[in-house]
Design a protein around this ligand. Structure first.
Ligand code: ADP
Length: 282
């Protein structure tokens, strides 16, 4: 029988596996701010994410772990539609942000507005070649804030919230490029905070930093959790276990296990998770 035989195409197609009810994939999330619904993504013909569903808890830290190339950053970038900037990307499924679909139909959220509410911090700190002050004020300026007093307030608040104010208050007009790597990364966090987002996505924010600078960022993330929802990609399992409340383990574009961090690291429900966290692969 050929693959196109009409008899065969009338046969009931097997349903893709559903995540519903699987305890390894459905931690109890009382107040999700984001809800990934059966999300798949292709770069051209190459599928990078397979049918992923998960809820992100509000004002908590959610970590994505897994070996390199398993789709962690791709999934993270879906939350503020950064993948739309990549040519040839196709997405199926949707993500609800506070109940509204961010993809979906023409009523999908405006991308600029979405990226203001869901900010992003990248692996390599990327301050603009401008002063410390202008780096933080930038987002507000492009959103039309002109008053010097309002900008001064935003810059101070954001730098304080990013635990950087005391180190830079006397050199706000100096170039951001003169800061250390760790300070630059906290500056990028301050820049993200300046436009008052609700969610901050962090893509391997410490991978270029030494242990002392890493500890500062981790401390800062725990502080930010009081007011913001954080989603972090990390290849560092110790980091995930130190800072996150929930951990999602991805492998080859699939969500293998998702749960309370402590539970996932101490008593994983899937063999693959156990093999990965005990260092048997990856
Ligand atoms: P991770 O963050 O877990 O290292 P990624 O999300 O970066 O994984 O990558 C997942 C898969 O998607 C990999 O096979 C990678 O090569 C591919 N990929 C990532 N970004 C792109 C891109 N811009 N264009 C084409 N393929 C990509």
């Amino acid at each position: 029988m050929s693959a196109l035989d009409p008899e065969q195409t009338r046969l009931p197609q097997p349903e893709p596996p559903r995540q519903d009810g699987d305890p390894a994939l459905n931690p109890d999330i009382p107040s999700p701010i984001l809800e990934v619904q059966r999300l798949s993504l292709w770069y051209g013909d190459a599928q990078a994410l397979y049918d992923i569903s998960l809820k992100v808890a509000e004002k908590r830290i959610t970590a994505f772990i897994g070996p390199s190339g398993c789709g962690k950053s791709t999934l993270l970038r879906c939350f503020n539609r950064m993948n739309d900037l990549v040519e040839g990307v196709t997405i199926e499924g949707d993500i609800l942000f506070e109940g509204s679909p961010i993809y979906g139909d023409a009523r999908g959220l405006d991308k600029q507005a979405l990226r203001k509410r869901i900010g992003m911090v990248f692996q390599k700190s990327n301050p603009f070649p401008k002063s410390i002050y202008e780096n933080v004020a930038y987002g507000c300026r492009i959103h039309g804030v002109k008053s010097r007093r309002a900008l001064d307030e935003v810059v101070e608040r954001s730098l304080r919230d990013a635990a950087l104010w005391d180190e830079v208050r006397d050199r706000l007009t100096e170039s951001a490029l003169g800061l250390s790597g760790g300070q630059q990364q906290r500056l990028c966090i301050a820049r993200a905070l300046a436009v008052e987002p609700e969610v901050i996505l962090l893509d391997e924010p410490c991978s270029a930093l030494d242990p002392v600078a890493t500890a500062k960022i981790e401390e800062l993330m725990l502080e930010l959790r009081k007011s913001y929802t954080l989603v972090i990609v990390t290849h560092n399992m110790q980091q995930a276990s130190r800072v996150s409340d929930y951990t999602a383990f991805l492998y080859l574009g699939r969500l293998i296990e998702y749960g309370h961090t402590e539970k996932l690291f101490i008593r994983p429900l899937k063999q693959q998770t156990e093999d990965y966290i005990t260092g048997r692969f990856g």
